[in-house]
Design a protein around this ligand. Sequence first.
Ligand code: NAD
Ligand code: GLY
Length: 368
Amino acid sequence: MSASIFHTVHIALAERSYPIAIGAGMLGQSATFADLPAATTAVIVSNTTVAPLYAQQLQAALAGKYPSVHLVTLPDGEQYKTWQTLNTIFDALLQQGCDRKTVLFALGGGVVGDMTGFAAASYMRGVPFVQVPTTLLSQVDSSVGGKTGINHPLGKNMIGAFYQPLQVVCDLDTLKTLPARELSAGLAEIIKYGPIADLAFLDWIEGHMDQLLARDVSALAHAVRRSCEIKAEVVGQDERESGLRAILNFGHTFGHAIEAGMGYGQWLHGEAVGCGMVMAAQLSCELGLVDAAFVRRLTTLVQRAGLPVVGPRLSVQDNAGRYLELMRVDKKAEGGAIRFVVIDGPSRAAVRSAPDAVVRKVIDACCA
Ligand code: NAD
Ligand code: GLY
């Protein structure tokens, strides 16, 4: 099978710059990986679902370049994004005698990507790694920008490092095997880029939602490209989230509370973000920053993507109180004050706090 690269997006971070290749048939081709540094060993980290589908192809593509290629297969699921699973990667790297030049390949969705990146950042204080994202969500968001890490029972993605890959390979062919629910989860992160950065892209998503849901390859290629361009632009200005990068967390403060409150893996990350964006839009409206028509527009689009728009109840006694408690464990929180990404103009986002009473009103209005 021949490979086609439709687009290459560059992420500009001085000596940590790298290309994001978007195309089809790429992961099984040795040419895709020709520019990577030489090493004795490569290690593919994947999971029990993705490895049987794609590890053999990737292994074959890497075999000409790396004398030994090992596969580490993790259990599948957000609930396994833990210290214990991370440690199994370190066990394998040490057992195989991996050295500082060993290149790790993250083959899978955001869970595999975040954990492999964190393993690469930490093993021998840093080894090179490549992202080969196989979910829509990981192609448009998690594989790009260098956020790596694991969950803690008290908070999502609380332990981790900023560590950039050498290359990102978004092979759209892999999306053919993605379950429909996961495709929808990826659409949430695509929708996110519209309100925060590019209203014309929001219009385009509205006009192409049916093609995206039908997995039309040119629609997917455009969506992945534009999402990566916007993310590259933001990360290029603020790699370590000292300010601007926080806007990429639109919908995530409510969303993380949903994920943690329901138990990791119950709601998909993208589902929680989709519903979280509706809640964040409602908060923006309560704060007088956008009108009700904008909230309706976003809610309709999130719903069309096949995502939930009504928040789950996290407590029978005090649902809003439970959301608030969970949202205080957020990396954007400062001195215990929750900070939300709100929309405060056409394709413009800001980070700000809000009175608890207003947040409670939003939660009451948006939850079942
Ligand atoms: P995921 O990694 O759990 O993958 C979703 C499911 O799809 C899994 O069961 C996986 O095995 C399966 N799968 C993956 N590729 C497949 C394919 N091609 N065919 C069939 N099945 C396939 O979930 P995700 O949505 O990719 O990522 C969510 C994670 O990403 C969360 O942990 C979230 O915190 C993280 N995230 C990180 C960043 C970041 O910047 N680092 C950004 C957004 C999300
Ligand atoms: N997904 C948010 C970020 O990468 O900053």
